[in-house]
Design a protein around this ligand. Structure first.
Ligand SMILES: [Zn+2]
Length: 235
């Protein structure tokens, strides 16, 4: 990810803070909404990449990871010996295991998914001097994720623990063979937040051809939004 290398280097040397990878996966939508039109955000992949970067940059850092039994948490083989994995098999055991995660005084705590249940542990760990790396299910980006944390039960005075939010989503790419150019009207430009100057830009909408099997798209691309909280401006 050359575009965000500089930010990743800064993030890797972050002081004790909460680092969130935000995104929405179809799996977490399926209970209440139609998840079929969402692509998986890829946030667990980003979490693993950041974990690897942090562990490689800090070879002595003690790391504990907490995640639910049904959460996908595949560690690269070479890092398994560095991470103590706490994964309660029964929901009843979660509070006890979260306590245990704190008791081990990790310097790096990974939380598979930040929820109302795990958020207090994340705050306590940061205050005890740990970097906390977690994913969170939300379509929000940047500072809006801080407001999302309030819905998980964090209080305003706890929000400054939040240092970084890497929001990620996967977007389909239009098929090059059949994409259809068009000139957007004023209403669409306004909706997109574009100030019309001179001729409107050419946009494209999906078409249909044999190449893309009528889907109008070919593959997808990851889109990132990186938010770094300014410690001088906790609001
Ligand atoms: Zn096509």
């Amino acid at each position: 990810m050359p575009q965000i290398d500089r930010l990743v280097r800064e993030l890797v040397d972050s002081p004790p803070q909460l680092i969130l990878v935000a995104g929405l996966d179809p799996r977490s939508l399926s209970k209440t909404q139609d998840g079929s039109r969402w692509l998986a955000s890829g946030k667990t992949t980003i979490l693993r990449i950041l974990l690897r970067e942090i562990l490689e940059a800090h070879p002595k850092r003690r790391c504990v990871a907490y995640c639910d039994a049904d959460e996908e948490f595949r560690l690269p083989r070479e890092l398994r010996s560095r991470v103590e994995l706490l994964q309660p098999r029964q929901p009843d055991f979660r509070p006890k295991w979260l306590q245990e995660a704190l008791r081990r005084r990790p310097e790096l705590l990974v939380i598979g998914s930040l929820t109302a249940e795990t958020a207090p542990t994340a705050v306590q760990a940061v205050r005890a001097g740990a970097v906390v790396l977690a994913t969170v299910d939300t379509l929000n980006r940047g500072a809006a994720v801080a407001r999302h944390l309030l819905t998980l039960g964090l209080t305003l005075d706890q929000l400054p623990v939040l240092g970084w939010v890497i929001s990620t989503m996967r977007q389909p790419v239009l098929c090059k063979k059949c994409k259809q150019p068009f000139k957007p009207d004023a209403e669409l430009l306004q909706h997109l937040g574009v100030q019309p100057v001179g001729d409107p830009p050419t946009l494209f909408r999906p078409g249909s051809c044999a190449e893309c099997k009528g889907m109008g798209r070919e593959g997808d691309v990851s889109v990132f939004d990186v938010f770094h909280a300014d410690p001088g401006r906790p609001d």
